[in-house]
Design a protein around this ligand. Sequence first.
Ligand code: MG
Ligand code: MG
Length: 272
Amino acid sequence: MIELKSPDQIECMRVTGQFLGRLLAELGDLAAVGVDLMDLEHHARRRIKERGAESCYWDYSPSFGRGPFRNVVCLSVNDAVLHGLPHSYKLRDGDLLSMDMAVSIDGWVADSAYSVIVGTPAEEDLRLIQATEAALEAAIKVARPGNRLGDVSAAIGAVASDYGYPVNLEFGGHGLGRTMHEDPHIPNDGRPGRGFKLRPGLTIAIEPWFARTTNKIVYDPDGWTIRSADGSRTAHSEHTVAITENGPLVLTGRPQRDEGLEGRRESSATER
Ligand code: MG
Ligand code: MG
């Protein structure tokens, strides 16, 4: 069932989304050569607790995975792309790190992800990240009343195709609001003009992710971490978006990097 949200409920989700966007930006700034993944996990736990927010990941036990998940952020390095289980690993020069997090505040959920390169970037990694960001932007642009879910999926698929990256259709975007995963499912490729008609009040997480040379995935023995089947590098970009009468509203925007971490921390203090 697809639940449409009122403008007030969307505003609640935006409050959550702003907190999440800021926290993800902090994690991106902290990610540096020699930093342990668990330091990022602990920073996120601390900030979630301080804010009185709740992690949607903690105790999450889906049919896949060896649940329950006992972390608040998914940290996926290089060929790992989704559900990366935080563990003790010191980031190395040139690592491609994807960070994905979903939290709720006062019962309203936001979900967002992005990829960064730690240290010296390789040209092909920058291009891969750029492709997921361009796909996300293209998908958001068509997330407006009157269009259909197929238009959102097709926009992602078209960018992947332009860049020459294959698309996995198993894991994609989804509705969300009171819980992290709600109807509808939004595959990362599809046919324009098909599927559910978008209308004001629909809130969705749009999340293109690509691996450079495969659309096949494999699971780690931990049951969580999903990698590209051929070991090629991967990237992931996700925003929570509300469809409104005026068009798409991104609820999980991140502060720009030039604001600096201190500025972000100060501004976050005012919302407690
Ligand atoms: Mg996510
Ligand atoms: Mg998601």
